[in-house]
Design a protein around this ligand. Structure first.
Ligand SMILES: [Cu+2]
Length: 382
């Protein structure tokens, strides 16, 4: 309602301004000023120079933007295929930059050169086959090259060798959280369907399937460095998108189907934190936080915690009110740490059985201790 009122006020203001300029024009009638609606040479010159002014404006804005915000782009990719995505991106940017730099100068220069002059008539120019061939063939060749390179990179990245020894992990999206399911010893995920969702089995895993027996569900993603991780994505409700920017990976999660993406992490979380660019970035963020904390404390609030870098899995589809906060921490471990961590996680089958059993003590008999640390509905320590 407020925005409607604001719009009405703005429209009325614009009408009032327009009427005022009309009144102003009427007061000028009879004076020596040239009030003709037809542009004279003076008007044309002003417009011609304004063209150069606008050219300068867009170049200054571009250069300023590059210096001011250029450092915010994602740096070193943390996956094996990441360099390919980055080089495709860089080539596209360089091409765009060169083409735009040349064409903008030409457009504005010719607008100035051929600005209107009293008594000069525009030349009627029907067509020129040679010129048209040049400006059609050059972009066609460049774009074809770019698309072919893109397709080559895409097929390379998306190729998943079924026989390769990969770690199979399911990413499950729901409003508004992520869960991850590990395939366990057999490296085969048990069947799952939305109809099986019940109690703590929030992913709808079919517990009667033998492949489900060693599945592990967690709310923090751990993956090993140097090994290809094969993600299978599902969604419970609406369209989500699994976005792992540091790994240059993104794939939509679509209700009713399984989508896939695989990549190999090349830096552990600890190693990535030690990259010079990351050290600099984190210290800059913490400087800003320290400054903000001074204000907060002065106002009686609590100081902000210092920031430490972590890889993240984000949702990149606007999927509802809390979409902005739909994220999961990703930890890249060394293969040894990864194995150790995985061993500490409770099997989903055990958790479901425990939940279904009466709350009587010592009913499991599989060596699962009762001092489970429940962080989220699905994380426990064996
Ligand atoms: Cu989402």
């Amino acid at each position: 309602m407020t925005s409607l009122l604001v719009i009405i006020v703005l429209v009325l203001l614009a009408v009032a301004l327009w009427q005022l300029t009309k009144i102003f024009d009427l007061t000028q009638v009879g004076s020596n000023e040239d009030n003709s609606q037809v542009a004279n040479d003076n008007d044309n010159n002003v417009q011609g120079y304004l063209m150069f002014g606008f050219l300068a404006f867009i170049y200054i804005l571009t250069i300023y933007g590059l210096f001011k915000w250029g450092g915010l782009v994602l740096h070193t990719p943390a996956s094996a295929h990441g360099a390919q995505v980055d080089s495709l991106m860089n080539i596209s940017w360089v091409l765009l930059f060169i083409v735009q730099a040349i064409t903008q100068v030409l457009i504005h220069y010719f607008s100035f050169k051929y600005r209107g002059k009293q008594g000069q008539k525009a030349l009627f120019f029907a067509d020129n086959n040679k010129l048209e061939a040049v400006w059609s063939i050059i972009p066609a060749v460049v774009l074809a090259g770019l698309i072919l390179y893109g397709l080559y990179a895409w097929t390379n990245i998306m190729f998943i060798d079924e026989d390769e020894d990969t770690v199979v992990i399911e990413l499950y999206a729901q409003q508004f959280k992520w869960s991850a399911r590990y395939a366990g010893e057999d490296n085969v995920l048990g069947k799952a369907n939305v109809r099986y969702i019940e109690g703590i089995n929030t992913l709808g895993v079919d517990m009667s399937d033998k492949n489900s027996q060693d599945d592990i569900v967690v709310s923090e993603l751990h993956i090993p460095k140097g090994k290809k991780v094969h993600f299978k994505m599902r969604s419970q409700d609406v369209l989500h998108s699994a976005y792992m920017p540091h790994f240059r990976a993104q794939m939509n999660c679509v209700p009713g189907m399984v989508t896939e993406f695989a990549f190999e992490p090349v830096y552990t979380t600890a190693e990535y934190r030690e990259l010079p660019y990351m050290i600099e970035k984190v210290s800059h963020i913490n400087e800003l936080r320290a400054k903000k904390s001074i204000d907060l404390v002065a106002k009686g609030g609590t100081a902000l915690d210092p920031y430490t870098f972590d890889y993240l899995l984000l949702c990149n589809k606007i999927c509802g009110a809390s979409h902005y906060n739909m994220q999961m921490k990703i930890v890249v471990d060394t293969p040894e740490d990864y194995k150790k961590w995985l061993k500490e996680q409770a099997l989903l089958a055990v958790q479901v059985r425990d939940a279904n059993a009466a709350p009587a003590p010592a009913a499991d008999g599989e060596g699962v201790s009762k001092d489970s640390v429940v962080v989220a509905p699905v994380v426990a320590v064996k």
